[in-house]
Design a protein around this ligand. Structure first.
Ligand SMILES: [Zn+2]
Length: 206
């Protein structure tokens, strides 16, 4: 979790892999993300991070990432500010992260989990209203594709753009767009494209 790190965008990295350290999950066909807060990296002596409550405040009194996200969500809920916009990346394989889009941070709470308290954050995929038509806002048209489908597509397409063979800045593209009824749940409707070919395709469709 990076809340406006060095005045940049707020970013979270999620994972729904079996070996993921945190219990992130999606709801409402990928439009809602329930993201788990992060553990205290320096628990009291003799305790492990997973054995102690997640912290909102550091020992020096500054807010942890949990605290920063929690404060933004609560302020929004209380009508004090617009929701924080969070870029969400998802780990689908070791060293392979895909962009899931821009989400609004709407809610936060503490939850009991294995006899300790963990933070949970509720985020919703943003629409395009008011966003510049840069490539970030184009790409967030795609709804979250289940990891299993992404892996299948990644393997089938050989980890490269199916048009030019590029191996970086790849995106999982809906062959029939989500907005036109295309599914996120079948690998037959998903293909790997680089940013350039993803944008060119969108230009043709719209
Ligand atoms: Zn390409």
């Amino acid at each position: 979790m990076n809340y406006r790190l060095r005045k940049k965008d707020t970013v979270i990295l999620m994972s729904r892999r079996a070996d993921a350290p945190y219990a992130d999950r999606v709801e409402e066909d990928g439009r809602v993300l329930i993201y788990e807060g992060h553990d205290n990296p320096r628990p009291p002596l003799g305790r492990k991070p997973k054995e102690v409550d997640q912290e909102r405040v550091n020992p020096d009194g500054s807010l942890t990432q949990n605290g920063l996200f929690f404060g933004a969500a609560v302020d929004h809920k209380n009508g004090l500010r617009n929701p924080e916009i969070v870029k969400v990346y998802e780990k689908v394989k070791p060293n392979i992260w895909v962009y899931n889009g821009r989400f609004s941070l709407l809610d936060a709470w503490l939850e009991d989990s294995n006899s300790r308290k963990v933070y949970k954050f509720r985020l919703r995929l943003t629409g395009d209203e008011g966003l510049r038509p840069d490539y970030a806002s184009y790409i967030d048209q795609s709804r979250i594709i289940p990891s299993a489908v992404k892996l299948e597509v990644w393997k089938r397409d050989g980890g490269k753009c199916i048009i030019c063979g590029a191996t970086d800045n790849l995106h999982f593209d809906h062959i029939i767009p989500y907005s036109k009824g295309g599914t996120s749940l079948e690998s037959s409707n998903i293909q790997l494209l680089c940013v350039r070919h993803n944008l060119e395709k969108r230009d043709r469709i719209e």
